[in-house]
Design a protein around this ligand. Structure first.
Ligand code: SF4
Length: 382
């Protein structure tokens, strides 16, 4: 049996290179937790304690819970915990965690809304081809009406839009497991607690949606198992990736960070990229200057009623031509290709002659306009 979790599948979808290092090569890197992970873990532990104690008829006061959180923080904090956003201190994050717990407590006290069935569950949902999906629910609860609640605590600083939650795979997969384990479940509701906003958001899936989700998860697993290429995918999430030091997309940047200012300036790679950047900028600047001059020459020739403007070494012939205007959309480009027309030659005489002779299909012709354009061609004086 090979098991997959939400985060394993998510890693593959985020960056295949990271997936390979983590799950195929099983590379161990000694990188400390980020402060966000550290704080989130302690908030989860505190809310787990709250609901676990309630099962034993012990209701902690808000102060007791906050002091439980503070104690965990003091016991487990080390200066190795990584703070990516340098403008904030560990204290800022500790206070955030306390605020999340205090708000949750104030909002849901006396916590008799639903009955807790499981906390931090550890189980698996069977999938096809001897695969399993790891079920780890922060809190599973139910009410007297036969509603089951798959609850997830979120400690990050962004609120997800409802459409995104309605597409979420993690909790929806958990609801498949709930339906299997608890056949009395009339409804399974997916509940996210966005603790930073003291906001609860809910989603629910139909039977057909769950069947479809299970199928697409199985397809994703089969894509993973047949995958041969594991490219890097550089984006903002790299800042939180523990493999950054090993990653070919970041290795040079990390080398540069470790250099003295003199070594930094002397780095061959850096010098070459800076030189290329300069030339690239000059090329763009020149291109726009060339375009501006062409337009001026066209206006000059039109005002004077002439066809050729003469310079010291070269002359510029100003000629009208039939310019083709067409929709710059992917769909139209695809249509052109299907009809055997190369989009890169769209302004060239071959296509123009096809249009003039009306040798192009009507569905393309209808969407193409021709109008008069002007070209400037430089050549030697005699
Ligand atoms: S640093 Fe970014 S690109 Fe490199 S492995 Fe991690 S997520 Fe992928």
């Amino acid at each position: 049996m090979v098991s997959y979790s939400h985060s394993k599948l998510g890693t593959f979808q985020q960056c295949r290179y990271k997936y390979k290092l983590q799950y195929i090569d099983k590379v161990k890197v000694d990188v400390p937790d980020t402060v966000e992970t550290f704080m989130g873990k302690l908030v989860h532990e505190t809310l787990e304690k709250l609901h676990k104690d309630l099962k034993y008829q012990k209701r902690n006061s808000k102060e007791e819970l906050l002091s439980f959180f503070e104690n965990l923080w003091n016991e487990q904090w080390t200066d190795n915990v990584l703070i990516v956003k340098k403008e904030y201190t560990p204290e800022n994050y500790r206070e955030m965690g306390k605020k999340f717990i205090a708000d949750y407590y104030g909002h849901y006290k006396p916590f008799d809304q639903w009955k807790t069935i499981g906390l931090e569950t550890q189980d698996f949902l069977d999938l096809e081809n001897d695969h399993q999906y790891h079920i780890r629910i922060d809190r599973l609860a139910c009410d007297k009406e036969g509603n089951y609640y798959v609850c997830d605590y979120k400690t990050n600083n962004s609120l997800k839009p409802q459409e995104e939650l309605d597409e979420d795979r993690q909790l929806a997969m958990y609801s498949l497991w709930v339906k299997q384990k608890f056949p009395d479940a009339k409804n399974v509701k997916l509940v996210w607690y966005f603790l930073a906003f003291d906001k609860e958001m809910v989603s629910e899936r139909s039977h057909d949606q769950l069947i479809e989700l299970k199928k697409s998860t199985e397809e994703l697993i089969s894509e993973i198992e047949n995958c041969q290429e594991f490219p890097t995918n550089v984006d903002i999430l790299c800042n939180w990736c523990k493999f950054k030091v090993l990653c070919p997309a970041w290795k040079h940047e990390i080398e540069l960070e470790q250099k003295t200012p003199e070594q930094f300036k002397d780095d061959d790679g850096l010098k070459m990229v800076d030189a290329l950047t300069k030339l690239d900028e000059q090329e763009k600047e020149n291109a726009s200057k060339i375009e501006e001059l062409r337009e001026k020459i066209i206006r000059f020739a039109q005002q004077k009623g002439i066809e050729v403007v003469w310079g010291t070494e070269k002359k510029a012939a100003v000629k009208p031509y039939d310019k083709i205007e067409y929709p710059k959309t992917e769909e139209f480009t695809r249509l052109l290709r299907i009809k055997g027309l190369d989009v890169f030659t769209i302004n060239y005489p071959k296509l123009l002659s096809k249009i003039t002779k009306r040798e192009v299909d009507t569905d393309i012709l209808e969407r193409i306009k021709t109008e008069q354009g002007w070209m400037v061609r430089l050549s030697k004086r005699w």
